[in-house]
Design a protein around this ligand. Structure first.
Ligand code: SF4
Length: 367
């Protein structure tokens, strides 16, 4: 097969330029209609097409990356805390489901979990179908499982005590898929024994107030020593404090990002700088990867830039910092919403036990 648009663009698979055959197969596997590709008349057309969520690609600075897919074996969720520092406060899944009228009780409050959470076993069949397609094209794919819910939710056990185990059993039969499972309820997932080896587990931390989740999830290593762990430090709505990378070397990746969408809470770049500094310092000893995503912006995601560059590393693939184009830098500068000095000072007064802002604490205190 072939398609020519006359447009010059680069294909990267996990950051590494792939050959054209691999690209063709991946586009096919992702279900991108070839006719639409051939009809794309400009780079903007291609970008629009390939970055539709269903195809799972990301476009950054003229480079296309394979993002992997996502699939949900659960419908619905409920918020873990609704205070100002909760990562669930602006949950995009809740907003999206409410906008589509798919929610029994809007708000995804904890008390409504029984009405709002349903099992979605047809996704298990879908995973098996993906496995068959991937075998056919001899490819693998990273799948973000339950991007719109939480496999650690205990409501699942009330609906079907075997469902979580059944999900893992299906994943174990899909060796072409690397299933990334993120939770805000790490205690539930840490208690599971016998994860298949194609699972990556992660937990989300929105500020130093959630740091204990990293330790809780790490308990999973006692029964599953080979499962890699990921720390999702997003949406970052406060400083992270001291990250336990040396104490918990099973964390293979730190993802950092600000909040985007209609409910953004602004970011302080010092928080991002501190995560970068700590993670790169630990990298030499543990190999932990750093993946920096978006800054805090509305309505669309905007690249987080520190010193004009960003890191897009994966476990075992520790690429150097990527220099952003002047266009991206200008867009970031124009659209990002940063926490003002006044709001930072107010935050410090509300949280007297906020970790020492080693980064610019003296400046913040002197505001
Ligand atoms: S745990 Fe995740 S999916 Fe569930 S409410 Fe919170 S942010 Fe949304």
């Amino acid at each position: 097969m072939g398609w020519e648009t006359g447009i010059s663009w680069t294909w990267h698979r996990r950051g590494v330029a792939a050959n054209r055959t691999e690209l063709d197969l991946l586009l096919l596997e992702a279900g991108v209609p070839l006719a639409a590709l051939e009809a794309a008349g400009s780079q903007a057309d291609l970008q629009w097409l390939l970055t539709r969520p269903k195809y799972g690609f990301v476009w950054q600075d003229g480079v296309v990356y394979q993002r992997g897919g996502s699939g949900n074996v659960i419908d619905g969720c409920s918020k873990v805390g609704e205070h100002e520092m909760s990562g669930c406060l602006g949950c995009y899944a809740a907003i999206s489901d409410e906008n589509k009228g798919r929610v029994a009780v809007p708000g995804w409050h904890a008390k409504d979990a029984a009405q709002n959470i349903k099992l979605r076993p047809r996704m298990l069949d879908e995973l098996l179908a993906w496995q068959r397609r991937l075998e056919k094209v001899d490819q693998t794919r990273r799948v973000f499982l339950d991007s719109m819910s939480d496999l650690g939710h205990t409501q699942i056990d009330s609906l079907d005590p075997d469902y979580r185990q059944r999900t893992l059993e299906v994943i174990s039969r899909c060796d072409r898929i690397e299933a990334w499972i993120f939770t805000k309820r790490p205690g539930t997932l840490a208690a599971v024994k016998g994860y298949p080896k194609n699972v990556v587990l992660g937990t989300s931390v929105a500020s130093w107030l959630d740091l204990r989740r990293l330790h809780t999830l790490a308990r999973v290593s006692q029964a599953n020593p080979d499962i890699p762990l990921v720390a999702s430090l997003e949406p970052a709505v406060g400083p992270m404090g001291t990250l336990p990378w040396l104490e918990l070397p099973q964390y293979r990746m730190a993802i950092f990002g600000g909040e985007s969408g209609s409910h953004i809470r602004p970011l302080r770049l010092e928080w991002a700088e501190d995560v970068r500094r700590q993670t790169l310092a630990a990298q030499a000893q543990t190999g932990i990867a750093l993946f920096e995503k978006q800054t805090s912006a509305h309505p669309n995601e905007v690249r987080l830039l520190l010193g004009g560059c960003y890191y897009w590393q994966w476990p075992g693939e520790l690429y150097p910092a990527i220099q952003a184009s002047a266009e991206t830098a200008a867009r970031t500068a124009r659209l990002q919403h940063l926490l003002s000095d006044d709001d930072l000072r107010a935050m410090i007064s509300r949280y007297p036990d906020m970790p020492e802002l080693a980064y610019h604490w003296s400046e913040a205190a002197a505001l």
